[in-house]
Design a protein around this ligand. Sequence first.
Ligand SMILES: Cc1cc2nc3c(=O)[nH]c(=O)nc-3n(C[C@H](O)[C@H](O)[C@H](O)COP(=O)(O)OP(=O)(O)OC[C@H]3O[C@@H](n4cnc5c(N)ncnc54)[C@H](O)[C@@H]3O)c2cc1C
Length: 390
Amino acid sequence: MSLMENDVIIIGAGYAGSVAARQFAQANKKVLLIEKRNHIGGNAYDYLDENGVMRHQYGPHIFHTNHSEVYEYLSRFTDWHPYRHSVLGLVQDKFVPIPFNLRSIEMCFDNDEARHIIDVLTNKYAIGCKVTILELQEDEDPTIKKLAEFIFENVFKYYTMKQWNLNVEQLDPKVISRVPVSITYDNYYFTNTYQAIPLNGYTKMFEKILDHKNIKVLLNTDCKEHLKIKDKKIYFDNEEYKGIVVYTGILDELFDYSLGALSYRSLDFEYKTVEGDYQDSATVNYPTPKQRHPFTRISEYKKFMANPPIDKSTIAIEYPYDYDPKAIKGNIPYYPVFTDESKNKYNEYLKLLNEIDNLYALGRLAEYKYYDMDAITLRAMEFVKEIING
Ligand SMILES: Cc1cc2nc3c(=O)[nH]c(=O)nc-3n(C[C@H](O)[C@H](O)[C@H](O)COP(=O)(O)OP(=O)(O)OC[C@H]3O[C@@H](n4cnc5c(N)ncnc54)[C@H](O)[C@@H]3O)c2cc1C
């Protein structure tokens, strides 16, 4: 089949590419989805490993949303295992709830001091609300200020340095605001209306999303082997392609790094098999200095499952790296690094992309933006609607 027979060519079979493919297909467009990996699902890809554990190959993924339309849309392709995520963090040699909450305060301070801190906090902030560490740091009250210093030092500082290889001051404040302090005794990590994991895994859900007569999937194919951009036109295998091209990979690579490389942070997962159970929650964070623990967190995947195996467990120890496409570890671009310089460079690449009438950037890599799974599903649905409706 010639590539030219397709109305739409989509690059990347993660959420962005797969949801867009489905939506175009339902609108009667013939879609070719090109993926360089040997599997669909992007970074949400999972599979049953040798221990009978559903392994999230690229890091633990928990679906959570307040968007009923997204939940209902994905529910057409999967049943769900209702799952509420909780995280512990090693703080002063104790495993305490993360986000840091009133119970964490009780575990980290002696009785009288904890009582006093909780009284001051709950006089100021309503029970159940979330406050960012930046807000607590700016508070005039000496008790709250002191608490903010403690949380910053023991929960945020080293975790951020390990995760981003930057000091907190160098980062976009949005990044550390993502995990606020919770004025509650509730240990759950998310408060969204819908929280769940696909019952048979994310990959099976993607198989159903892509199961449509108008969609063809080409795995193990890097689009760079076929796609060329010349004089603001797109060529596949040297033939001009006038259909719609949706690109969900990294823009610097697409444009042959002509404006220099964009910054990304990468991860590497060390997998281990253990007997029985390993830890008390699915994820345990290590917000400790790098010299003590060079990793950021350990996830025990069977704790995400509806029917986990009993005898064995698989753990993933997560090490952050600078992204380097040629390195043995750290060669996958996971997170854009949001500095002013990198955001400016991205905008320059976006200008190049926008000069090409039939080329669109979609997804967390191509848009250089952090999207949760629900947000990128919604974005892909709306994106296709906009294109179809002109
Ligand atoms: C460690 C980690 C944990 C996360 N946990 C959660 C969570 O708990 N809950 C949540 O809601 N979200 C989570 N996310 C976010 C979630 O992974 C993203 O929302 C989602 O992956 C975005 O989908 P995407 O399609 O934009 O990108 P991706 O999933 O990265 O898909 C892009 C695809 O494009 C392919 N591609 C790139 N370049 C080319 C090329 N040249 N040719 C062909 N194919 C190409 C890639 O191989 C990839 O398959 C997490 C992210 C990470 C990194």
